[in-house]
Design a protein around this ligand. Sequence first.
Ligand SMILES: CC(C)(COP(=O)([O-])OP(=O)([O-])OC[C@H]1O[C@@H](n2cnc3c(N)ncnc32)[C@H](O)[C@@H]1OP(=O)([O-])[O-])[C@@H](O)C(=O)NCCC(=O)NCCSC(=O)C[C@@](C)(O)CC(=O)[O-]
Ligand SMILES: NC(=O)C1=CN([C@@H]2O[C@H](COP(=O)(O)OP(=O)(O)OC[C@H]3O[C@@H](n4cnc5c(N)ncnc54)[C@H](O)[C@@H]3O)[C@@H](O)[C@H]2O)C=CC1
Length: 426
Amino acid sequence: MLIDSRLPEFRNLSPRQRLDHLEALLQLPELQHLGTPGALPLAVANGMIENVLGTFELPYAVASNFVVNGRELLVPMVVEEPSIVAAASYMAKLARAGGGFQTSSSAPLMRAQVQLVGLGDPFNARLALLRHKDEIVELANRKDQLLNSLGGGCRDLEVHCFADSPRGPMLVAHLIVDVRDAMGANTVNTMAEAVAPLMERITGGQARLRILSNLADLRLARAQVRIAPQQLQSPDYSGEAVIEGILDAYCFAAVDPYRAATHNKGIMNGIDPLIVATGNDWRAVEAGAHAYACRSGHYGSLSTWEKDAEGHLVGSIEMPMPVGLVGGATRTHPLAQLSLRILAVRSAQELAEIAVAVGLAQNLGALRALACEGIQRGHMALHARNIALVAGARGEEVDWLARRLVEAGDVRADRAVELLRERRGA
Ligand SMILES: CC(C)(COP(=O)([O-])OP(=O)([O-])OC[C@H]1O[C@@H](n2cnc3c(N)ncnc32)[C@H](O)[C@@H]1OP(=O)([O-])[O-])[C@@H](O)C(=O)NCCC(=O)NCCSC(=O)C[C@@](C)(O)CC(=O)[O-]
Ligand SMILES: NC(=O)C1=CN([C@@H]2O[C@H](COP(=O)(O)OP(=O)(O)OC[C@H]3O[C@@H](n4cnc5c(N)ncnc54)[C@H](O)[C@@H]3O)[C@@H](O)[C@H]2O)C=CC1
């Protein structure tokens, strides 16, 4: 279904009005689950993990304005931090003037590792494994007929040799598996366990760990964006000045790991909320992201920012994105299913590409703010409502108190308590 993701005035509606608006726009009656408590039934939660006592709720929002490969879409985001959804929506709004985000991705290939120890001749053993590649791949594929029927399956074998590890020679065989629309951890772990005895027989070694690698460097998603200077200008800054500031900010992250960690956290501010909203494994995505940021031996930026010949700002990002539409909690959590319907994605690759586009938008939001006025104005203005809640404000008091704190330029908890006390005449 074609929608217009531009939602002017959406921010000014109540949650109930927003739901009604989206229900009509997306034709999704199940959106109303979001407005009722118990969206994750206790019985389902009890089946998901162990020792369950209850459920823990977080705010669920949509970021507006996104256009990805020419398709308008709303991005579900589940997150506790203010200003993230606003910043993503804002940058998507700027990007849409230039056609939005362009994305691509590699095939959904995951690596499963089988560690082999107790080898006197690791180089010889490595070649023996490679000689038996077809047999190993075939055995792995016997484990998942369904995946094979969907066009996935084990595709290749790599063998890495650590001839002088502190524990002696060690071989690590990698099964390269196309996991299609699954995140694929269970899928590839099953294959690794299945082929390990055969690998022991071929090498004479002993198999130890048989587990996927979260450095999913064969499963990359990419996004690009191009923004004209006039989109970035504000009453206080020219578009050209904002671009120069963003380029300096990017350079800082590229050379300094202390900054790169924060820069990448800003990228994950956009990605993680979408990963959570779709029931995917955010620890796996985080682990892959930061390991990939280190691939040159130096922890660096996951994104790049440049200026093209016409003076436009161009941003790009390429990183591992192991997400699924099946498996894990994607099918058990009712709201994960709802998020996938809001996104209207047809494949895990499409979801992965949207995730990195949101990460790039979020990165731009933070860099634009940092390069100009600093992060606190926008962030603290939205955080003020949180502070008001912590100070004890309820109902209409929340917006009133947040407004007073922002107007005074003094968003602090102790000041909030004072103002609230004054209002209540205490
Ligand atoms: C917060 C803004 C967007 C305000 O910016 P603003 O200029 O006050 O926004 P505006 O009122 O002119 O609105 C512009 C658009 O922003 C969106 N928008 C604006 N406000 C709302 C809202 N309340 N609810 C929903 N959407 C909102 C909305 O799309 C709106 O357009 P509209 O649809 O109205 O035509 C801006 O200051 C900003 O982008 N700041 C950056 C915030 C940020 O990056 N937060 C992340 C948390 S900080 C952090 O953890 C990471 C960091 C920073 O350390 C990473 C790093 O260092 O790299
Ligand atoms: N280190 C890590 O990241 C680890 C993560 N996990 C967890 O593993 C779970 C994900 O594992 P999965 O293998 O994705 O889950 P899964 O085993 O539940 O689902 C994958 C299976 O679904 C079937 N399937 C049906 N339709 C499919 C389609 N269209 N495309 C692909 N497969 C399809 C296939 O048989 C496939 O093997 C997550 O919950 C994750 O948290 C588990 C162990 C380690």
